[in-house]
Design a binder for this molecule. Sequence first.
Ligand code: CU
Length: 480
Amino acid sequence: MLNRREIIKLGALGSAVLALPVDRVLRATVGEPTAAPSVATPFSVRMPIPAVLRRTGVTANTDHYEIRIREVQAELVPGLLTTVRTYNGEFPGPTIRAFRGRRTIVRQVNELGHNVAVHLHGGHVPPGEDGHPLDVIPPGGSRTYRYPNEQRAASLWYHDHAHHHEAVNVYHGLSGAYLLSDPDEARLRLPSGRYDVPLQIRDARIEEDGTLTYTRASARPHMLVNGKERPFFPVAGRKYRLRLFNHSIDRYLNLGLSDNSEFLQIASDGGLLTAPVSTTAVKISAGERADIVVDFSRFAPGASVYLRNSDALSTENADVLRFDIGAGVVDRSRVPAHLADIPPLPVATVSRSFVLDLDPERNMHVINGQGYDSARVDVSTRLGTTEIWSIRNAEAAIPPPNFHVSHNFHTHLAQFRVLDRDGVPPGPAEAGLKDTVFVPPGSTVRIAVTWSGYTGQYVYHCHQLQHSVESMMGTIEITP
Ligand SMILES: [Cu+2]
């Protein structure tokens, strides 16, 4: 069920509109968007760091939390109020800090007028705790999710996943960071505490009256970092761990520093890489994460450098965040040459193919010719099986950025390994544990995935969320 504003925005075509790609729908119903609203003086507001959620209870091995999912007005742009959907009134949601070996229990209360489901993206959790698209919290209801936190340290995130609502809900604010740490990572003495900062980056279209408009990617010029339009962030002249999250509903980001200088990538979706990778850019599609370490001591105090998206659309702002460098401070953190061991890949015994394509008759994004049907099991496997999945984007090889024909691929439950892209093994930054992988038009990505830990049904899907809304999603059932 859409709210009134969404129905108006989508041209009052009713629920059938949900089956159509948003770009086509919006072109047909509201025409080409007008020029980008000029709402913001860039870099005029300080970037907030979302508060760490306070526990409501604690036992020997468990941390308890409660979150109320509700609509509030937030100041994404100075002087404008925007109606957003939030976890606990915060945009983005509060950061949940979790620790391997301690359970996290979160009671989620739905105070919105439509269904929600909370998915822990990247989490290795039982099926009943996964926030399955049809396992929803109705309006006025509540649900308690239990996360075992038995996986390695990683920058996970939580976001809405209620089927047909996920794209609009995430776009309107239902996402937050879930930072899982462990003793192996703590021992490394990476930058920590106030020098370990999540940067939750996403696009938006904010009208001159503050309205956040759900529209196609090319009409969303505004870039938010931790809920503010192009903010600035004062940093000390030392090393920072920056956890980059792409919380956009569909665009990818190609992030680097405006002086094109090198930094270190230390982690991907599923946690630390084996070794730091020196690079000038990290590319993350919707839902992916990359942790980087930037040493600001090489800049003079008083200097500034921007975090720049070098694949920005022409309609969009490329510089998303300005770092203002302050005085140098004592820095005892380090980035060791060896970060973590990645478990060896078990021998794969099953191979499967997934073709991501547009069904021209139904004008829907589909996998292997079929749209999502919760009553159908698309893949059945035995617990503990390692499989090679070949994922092909059959759309014509139109070079990105084109968010209509780009896809990516996200598996629930499992962290996988990328084997190759069009036959070429991945670079070191993509050789760690992943839960989401970019699949550009015309390309094939092969992954190896082990289905371990839990039996039951999970989904896999394109994380360009309007595509999963349209039904680019399937069900895997893991049997004993
Ligand atoms: Cu897609």
